[in-house]
Design a protein around this ligand. Structure first.
Ligand code: NAG
Ligand code: NAG
Ligand code: NAG
Ligand code: NAG
Length: 559
């Protein structure tokens, strides 16, 4: 009887595997974004593998699989984690006293804690890696080094390499057990050694971000979770107890860098590992959170070169998962970097680029390590109700998105400038012209040359209107811009006959003035410093810029 039952179960598991195998076929037809938005689909299958089963793991507690863990599209398959001894979660401590030689911490063995450099009075930073990853990855030690440098922290690397290998379905299940291990680690340190969970900050990449979420679910008053491009497959569109969400810690800040939605199966390397859905209190979308500058395979170094230099593993990480790894790079740079990553709440990245959300009045926040020091955020947290500062649980699907732009290589953090060009419409000007614009900016701090105001393509400029764009540059102009030199090149588009401008038309651009704003983080208590400069031509009401010519503007508009 029992044997028969087992065989029966295996048959059903096989059926599910076949269903799973069919998933890519569905993927081509169904727009995953629509599925993510739509309500959960009721799975009308009478029997689901492991439904209503519970497994317990000694002192760690129990895990169950209920129907809510299944979703026909997002999460068709669930399994239980591999045994504890196989995943073999380890906690390795680094501090200023031992920045390079890690100490293995085992909370069940008192002396590994008391004999280590672990100090429960100091803040604890934990790093959790993701799928097909290990603590041996370069980024883990880079981030650890920056953290050790940044402050007197207990930096703990969580090693779950025993459970992070394919299949993806198994690895996602393993993260639940790793979450229990982390919760047990922190809860025991609280009970036996006086650690305050509020001082603990877990930083997780990809699957590691959800792992941190599972840990946070079982820790009272965990201080903070930073999710670095949380993994999308099996999590996006799922209920909050399955993925990272704002209830998992007092502050959940998330950096999304690879949100191009895809259907991913085990072993399949494809673009788009990260979630696009906001899942924290602060969700940052650098460069729109989908594709990162410098991650275009065609412009990077040749594959074989990278392969030779850094090995296959690193090459695949850099080339195939460049967008996915960028969240890590941005966070690591933010730890000791001097430049502040300022994210702005905005309806969309297009609005942001058009300069519509340039002031912090719309809401802004610091991305990265210093997210908790966003002016107003920490102080306000004590006397504002939760949904005034952070989107509350029921608002979370429409959670605010914070946008910013970055460079394509280190240093990624750059200054944002908003350039507004006020066009004149004198007699003789065409009603519109199209082409390319570049500026040079000059302030007391120095000069920026060749700043491209039409980075994507030519723009159509209507005389009499204004053109606004937000661009970034590594250099800090430090306030007032004294002079602007604007260069204009008319674009003749043979495909658009109206833009052909040969004999009877005027290819000149007529510009009244240029306004340059520099983005600043308002400091609390102080009045906002005015970093806006308006620049005009010296003699006339407007400048007449010929094709391939340029004109200068000065901060003398009042005179
Ligand atoms: C699992 O539990 C739910 C709720 O108790 C119940 O409706 C469902 O039928 C159960 N499923 C199985 C397979 O026992
Ligand atoms: C499953 O586990 C969760 C979290 O521990 C618990 O809240 C829930 O009651 C459990 N459900 C069942 C059916 O055992
Ligand atoms: C751990 O060891 C220290 C020093 O030997 C001792 O003071 C402390 O009570 C021990 N804690 C536990 C939970 O055994
Ligand atoms: C928060 O509380 C402090 C002290 O009670 C008060 O000065 C401050 O204005 C409050 N902030 C807000 C935003 O209410």
């Amino acid at each position: 009887m029992r044997r028969l039952h087992l065989t029966d179960r295996h048959l059903r598991v096989m059926l599910w595997c076949i269903l799973l195998g069919l998933q890519p076929a569905f993927g081509g037809i169904l727009d995953p974004f629509n599925w993510a938005r739509s309500d959960r689909i009721e799975v009308n299958i009478p029997w689901l593998p492991f439904e209503n089963e519970t497994r317990c793991y000694d002192e760690l507690g129990c895990l169950n699989i209920t129907r809510s863990w299944y979703h026909l599209i997002h999460r068709p398959f669930n399994v239980f984690p591999l045994p504890r001894v196989v995943i073999n979660t380890r906690f390795i401590l680094y501090t200023k006293k031992n920045p390079t030689d890690g100490q293995l911490l085992n909370v069940n063995v008192n002396k590994t804690i008391v004999k280590s450099n672990f100090d429960p009075q100091k803040p604890t930073k934990m790093i959790v890696h993701g799928f097909i990853d290990t603590p041996l990855s370069n980024w883990v030690s880079e981030m650890k080094d920056e953290l050790v440098k940044a402050g007197d922290f207990n930096v703990v690397i969580v090693d779950w390499a025993g459970g992070s290998l394919p299949l993806y379905t198994q690895a996602t299940a393993n993260t639940r057990l790793v979450g229990l291990e982390i919760a047990h680690f922190i809860n025991t340190l609280e009970k036996d050694h006086g650690l305050n969970p509020q001082d603990v900050h877990i930083i997780g990449h990809s699957l590691g971000a959800h792992t941190a979420g599972y840990a946070g679910e079982r820790i009272q008053g965990l201080g903070r979770i930073t999710g670095l491009d949380p993994a999308e497959p099996y999590f996006q569109g799922m209920p909050t107890h399955i993925r990272l969400d704002p209830t998992d810690a007092q502050l959940v800040d998330v950096i999304h860098t690879d949100g191009k939605s895809i259907f991913l199966l085990d072993f399949v390397f494809m673009a788009g590992y990260g979630m696009s859905q906001p899942v924290g209190h602060l969700d940052f979308y650098p460069n729109n959170g989908k594709e990162q500058p410098g991650c275009d395979l065609t412009e990077g170094p040749l594959v074989p070169l990278t392969l030779v230099k850094q090995g296959l593993e690193e090459a695949s990480r850099v080339l195939v998962a460049c967008n996915h790894v960028r969240a890590i790079k941005l966070f690591t740079e933010s730890i000791n970097g001097k430049c502040a990553y300022i994210g702005h709440q905005c309806p969309s990245y297009q609005h942001f680029l058009a300069g519509k959300c340039f002031h912090c009045g719309h809401g802004c926040a610091v991305m990265g390590f210093h997210a908790d020091s966003t002016p107003g955020l920490v102080a306000n947290r004590d006397n504002l109700t939760e949904n005034e500062v952070y989107p509350s649980e029921e608002h979370e699907t429409i959670g605010a998105k914070y946008f910013l732009s970055t460079g394509k290589e280190q240093p990624f953090c750059q200054r944002h400038y908003r350039v507004t060009i006020q066009l004149a419409n004198p007699k003789g000007a065409e009603s519109w012209v199209q082409g390319f614009l570049k500026v040079a900016l000059l302030s007391d701090r120095g000069v920026i040359r060749g700043m491209d105001l039409t980075p994507n393509n030519y723009v159509k400029l209507e005389h009499g209107s204004t053109y606004t764009i937000v661009v970034t540059h590594p250099m800090d102009m430090g306030g007032k811009v004294r002079k602007v030199e604007l260069s204009w090149e008319y674009d003749m588009n043979v495909l658009e006959p109206r833009s052909l401008c040969i004999l009877w038309c005027n290819d000149r651009l007529y510009v009244k003035s240029v306004i340059v704003d520099q983005m600043e983080l308002p400091s609390r208590g102080k009045r906002n410093v005015d970093f806006s400069s308006k620049l005009c031509t010296l003699k006339r009401e407007f400048a007449e810029i010929p094709n391939r010519g340029s004109a200068s503007f000065y901060d003398n508009c009042g005179r």
